[in-house]
Design a protein around this ligand. Structure first.
Ligand code: EPU
Length: 422
């Protein structure tokens, strides 16, 4: 199993290019199930989760060809309408094949995702929405067995989800584009990745209004055509690098970024003391280092508020900032597993219910730590970059799920970080 060894103390300087967004690429790959024509995607990040999704689509009969960051998909010979447990258990986003499969083929069988490290993460809202569109759904032997009504086609519906759900909104939007009549998604997630998916669907011939707001209106069409699309830049990767530079100190320009998707993160980093400039597709951050940063509190919430996917990285910065900060996690009930690991590096964090109280310390000291989930791993990397001595991060496969060559990108701007393969 690979490990990362980070030697703290280096300031970061130079330029980096942001990769395509994981959480946009995953639903966008699933959109290829909605047409028999060819879908050509560019800026697809080279990540473990993307490879898993391609494997799943391939199992179903989608022809998928990958050339660097370009992926060409053709779903004219889909024969296996199932997402098996072996694949779904390794990646919850596999649930995103349910809506498109059901909409185009009138049936689908998808394994229930099961438990997850950061919270329970049920998919009841995906199921409730599809039922409102006429789907008959049975849960049997750990699988969701879904069928369209007798006509073979889902019908439009007004769906109000009990909570804001990102993949739930994406799944229902993909189901609605081929349903008969109008679907209104109320309480829809507003994450930019939903806008990116809608952009591709509209290029494919879908009729969607309001993606990016909490009310999405979709007029179903009979079929969709192929299209080309470039996946949007990854706002969480961008935010992770911003936190890293804020903590280590330095001067870095992030290219191919979308600053307007990061307002909450940029505001908090400025409040902490980082100097940030933005242009249409770049962000420059200058920081004197964590010892000059002041503690800033955050509360995670749905977009456009502070993203839960940036919570661990921001906490890592708070560990070495001056003063006390409070980090409140409102999206997932168990997303503080990095706290124990950060404390092993000398941080002073206590958990009080949904809030972590972080008392900034002057320095962290390197140690062996264990990554518990994707974003927790990124938080540990940031801590390693500022800790004295070496930090060895185990279970780095979590990081590889969602960051493209993180150690190479960080090395290119001066970080001392290397991968050790066991
Ligand atoms: N929820 C339900 N029932 C549902 C759906 C969601 O109770 O049917 C709850 C969840 O348990 C959670 C909350 O609603 O407490 C929000 O969950 P959401 O459905 O929005 O999360 P998700 O769609 O499963 C996506 C990202 C996550 C990100 C969350 C929140 C993808 C592939 N995943 O997950 O990304 O944390 O939205 O923004 O888009 C990551 O990249 O590290 C990651 C975990």
């Amino acid at each position: 199993m690979d490990k990362l060894i980070v030697t703290g103390g280096a300031r970061l300087r130079g330029e980096l290019e942001v990769s395509g967004a994981k959480n946009s690429a995953l639903p966008i790959l699933c959109a290829s199930l909605l047409t028999a024509d060819t879908v050509v995607l560019s800026n697809v990040p080279r990540l473990h989760d993307v490879a898993t999704m391609l494997k799943l689509l391939w199992r179903m009969g989608v022809e998928a060809e990958r050339d660097g960051h370009k992926v060409t998909l053709r779903g004219d010979r889909i024969s296996f309408l199932e997402a098996p447990y072996e694949l779904v258990k390794t990646m919850r986003a596999s649930i995103l094949v349910l809506g498109p499969m059901l909409a185009r083929f009138g049936q689908a069988r998808v394994s229930l995702p099961g438990g997850c490290a950061i919270g329970q993460r049920p998919v009841d809202q995906h199921i409730k929405g599809l039922q409102a569109m006429g789907a008959e759904i049975e849960i049997e032997q750990g699988y969701i067995n879904a069928r369209a009504p007798k006509s073979g086609r889902l019908h439009g519906a007004r769906i109000v989800t009990d909570m804001v759900t990102v993949t739930g909104t994406e799944n229902l939007m993909m189901a609605a584009v081929l349903a008969e009549g109008e679907t209104i998604l109320e309480n829809a997630a507003r994450e930019p990745e939903i806008g990116d998916l809608a952009e591709l669907l509209i290029k494919m011939g879908a009729k969607i209004v309001g993606a990016g707001t909490d009310r999405i209106v979709i007029q179903g069409v009979e079929s969709l055509r192929g299209a080309e699309h470039a996946v949007m830049p990854d706002r969480i990767e961008t935010g992770t690098f911003l936190c890293a530079v804020a903590a280590t100190g330095g001067d870095v320009v992030l290219r191919a970024a979308r600053p307007e998707t990061l307002d909450a993160v940029i505001d908090k980093l400025r409040e902490a003391g980082a100097d940030i400039d933005t242009g249409p597709d770049w962000i420059q951050i200058r920081s004197a280092g964590a010892e000059h940063m002041k503690a800033v509190s955050i509360r995670t919430a749905e977009y456009p508020a502070f993203p839960t996917d940036m919570q661990a990285q921001f906490m890592a910065l708070g560990c070495v900032s001056e003063g006390t900060s409070r980090v409140t996690e409102t999206i997932f009930e168990n997303r503080f597993m990095h706290v124990q690991e950060l404390n092993r590096l000398g941080a002073n964090i206590e958990i009080e219910g949904k809030t972590a109280v972080i008392q900034g310390v002057p320095r962290l000291s390197g140690a062996a730590v264990m990554a518990t989930d994707l974003r927790a791993s990124a938080g540990l990397v940031i801590s390693g970059l500022v800790a004295e001595g070496d930090t060895t991060i185990d279970r780095i496969y979590h990081l590889d799920r969602g960051y493209e060559q993180m150690e190479k990108k960080l090395s290119a701007i001066g970080a001392k970080i290397r991968r050790a393969s066991a």
